[in-house]
Design a protein around this ligand. Structure first.
Ligand SMILES: [Zn+2]
Length: 584
């Protein structure tokens, strides 16, 4: 999925100015360069050559803000370039995928190399870092703040809080984290109300900074509790909508005379798209960089749309965005960087990662111990489990059906956002693999629901646009066929349950089924509505221990864990074009 065609966005000025002809000419020459190769690679350096050779170079975005400022002639040397490195949804101080992808150690290397080339680097973080993770169950994000402070010391870091910054029910941990943090907290639709004046003051609104004599403004928005964010009295939100709030901040920044406006958001992509439309009225608003979605997102811009960019979780893919103020118009170009083994881990940073690893092992020395064996690589990567059927998701969901009583429940599902390991589990299965799979406790409930109501409530798992949804379900006891082109709430084409004696049939709309689901989604989390459920148990067995037990029991029986996803009995399928159903 990572090698897509290059794309180019050429944005034309919407107003006429004396600079226009020259700037169009300028853009034409850029377009030419874009066709032959990326402009930002025009003076090859070690990093950029490395980028060309070893990483995919996905995107080149040329934008021109129609700022009619009198400017010196264009100069494309890096020393004039303000460069943002954007990352989002980072839960680990170390790299993921067995150390092969992501990691702040590699981000530090990227930042240092850009600085060596003369770039004025700023780091943008699109939120979600304090929770959830194995470490955060112990240290409540202290490890992440120390890691982010390291990056902030290299290059100033501007951070919008995500919903997971507020996972803790009480404010004490957030107070500590904010006091420890050296980076800037930006928030225009929420505030800290912890009662600690120093902490509450640290949330900045309508943020601006100056680079090379030019002023840049950032508006920052976090997903509202009504859209799945946490409801906490220590972080009250605006009643005002995202677009309205964004525009009021943009206006404020325009009055302050900024040269460039950026949105830093932790929102659903559909909301970013609405905000992007403000570009039509506010030409200095060039792009949104965001988080919350865990896979790379790119929405091209034009006169009426700001560009939208999001990276992949755990800094597996980040964006490099270069802003050049030296021409008649502000020029922005951007590309993705796949953060992989071809980028060295920064030696200084690794001391922090190693320290926290040592602390973790001191507390839980058996963490690397083997508890079982994987029959095949078990896929817990978010790109897999948030988009489709995965063998690890199947194993987890299968453990749920036997959680309460015999016979097993008919149906079970878990929101993939509960599964946080973002990694393959291969060969030995360790305590750590199970511990990392569950970044927080997930207690289960047993209940009765009729077939028609179950089908209706599961529609929530397939709603919305774009890939990688934490509410996407990993399922057991049924098969599902989905048509994503249909409106939300009408996307399930088939929902099949097993027939006694073999085969599958459409779920009986009238019949009652026993269902196991996490307490979190039973209570309305992730947008599922269990209003029609009956005979609901209290929250019982914890999913983490069921999975641990499942692995240990398999090991004791001399069996390996995991079964390949079987396409003949796929649990999840997307309706092929022009087809009426997925399964016969
Ligand atoms: Zn989020």
């Amino acid at each position: 999925m990572e090698r897509q065609a290059d794309y180019h966005v050429i944005q034309l000025c919407s107003h006429r100015s004396a600079d226009r002809i020259g700037s169009i000419h300028n853009r034409k020459s850029q377009r030419k360069q874009a066709e032959s190769g990326p402009l930002i690679e025009s003076s090859p350096t070690r990093l950029s050559m490395l980028l060309n050779r070893r990483y995919f170079l996905l995107s080149i975005v040329f934008l021109a803000a129609c700022a009619s400022v009198a400017s010196p002639p264009a100069d494309t040397t890096a020393s004039n370039t303000l460069t943002f490195v954007h990352l989002n949804d980072t839960y680990r101080v170390d790299a993921v995928e067995e150390g092969h992808r992501g990691g702040f150690g590699r981000i530090a290397t990227i930042v240092r190399q850009l600085q060596n080339e003369g770039h004025d680097v700023r780091i943008l973080h699109g939120g979600d870092f304090l929770y959830p993770s194995l470490e955060s169950q112990i240290w409540h994000g202290e490890q992440m703040v120390e890691a982010m402070n390291f990056l902030d010391a290299l290059a100033p870091m501007y951070v919008v809080p995500g919903n997971h910054e507020f996972d803790s029910r009480t404010s004490e941990h957030l107070i500590e984290r904010v006091r420890e943090s050296k980076f800037d907290w930006l928030g225009d639709n929420l505030r800290f109300a912890t009662g600690e004046a120093d902490v509450d003051r640290s949330m900045q609104t309508a943020f601006t900074f100056t680079a090379d004599g030019r002023k840049v403004g950032i508006f920052a928005l976090t997903v509202h509790p009504d859209d799945g964010g946490n409801v906490r009295d220590y972080t009250p939100f605006d009643a005002v909508g995202y677009v309205e709030r964004a525009e009021s901040v943009i206006r404020q920044l325009e009055v302050e005379g900024v040269d460039l406006i950026i949105g830093l958001t932790h929102l659903h992509l559909k909301d970013d798209k609405q905000i992007a439309l403000l570009k039509a009225r506010h030409p200095k608003f060039m792009f949104i960089v965001g988080g919350h979605e865990h896979e790379v997102q790119f929405e091209p811009g034009d006169d009426g749309n700001a560009v939208i960019m999001k990276g992949a979780s755990n800094a597996r893919t980040v964006w490099q965005i270069d802003v050049n103020f030296s021409g008649a118009e502000v020029q922005v170009s951007a590309k993705q960087i796949a953060v992989d083994e071809s980028i060295a881990l920064d030696v200084e940073y690794q001391k922090i990662a190693d320290k926290w690893r040592g602390k973790l092992l001191a507390l839980i020395p058996f963490l690397p111990s083997k508890i079982g064996e994987a029959a095949l690589p078990l896929d817990g990567r978010e790109v897999a489990i948030r988009n489709g059927e995965s063998n690890w998701g199947n194993f987890v969901a299968d453990q749920m059906r036997t959680a309460f009583r015999n016979p097993p429940a008919d149906l079970a599902f878990v929101n993939s956002g509960t599964l946080r390991i973002d990694d393959f589990i291969a060969e030995d299965i360790t305590f750590e693999d199970v511990g990392r799979t569950f970044g927080f406790s997930s207690f289960l409930r047993y209940m009765t629901i009729n077939g028609g109501d179950f089908r209706t409530l599961l529609e929530a798992g397939y709603r919305g646009i774009g890939p990688s949804k934490g509410y996407f379900p990993q399922i057991s006891g049924f098969r599902i066929c989905v048509d994503r082109s249909r409106p939300d709430g009408q996307r399930i084409v088939q929902m099949l349950v097993p027939v006694d004696g073999g085969g599958w049939q459409e779920i009986d709309q009238q019949r009652d089924y026993s269902v196991v689901a996490p307490d979190y989604i039973y209570r309305g989390g992730d947008g599922y509505d269990f209003g029609k459920a009956r005979d609901v148990s209290r929250p019982g067995s914890e999913l983490k221990y069921l999975v641990l037990d499942g692995v240990v029991r398999a090991q004791a029986a001399g069996e390996k864990v995991g079964v390949a996803v079987d396409s003949d009995v796929a649990r999840f399928a997307i309706l092929p074009q022009e087809a009426a159903r997925c399964f016969e």
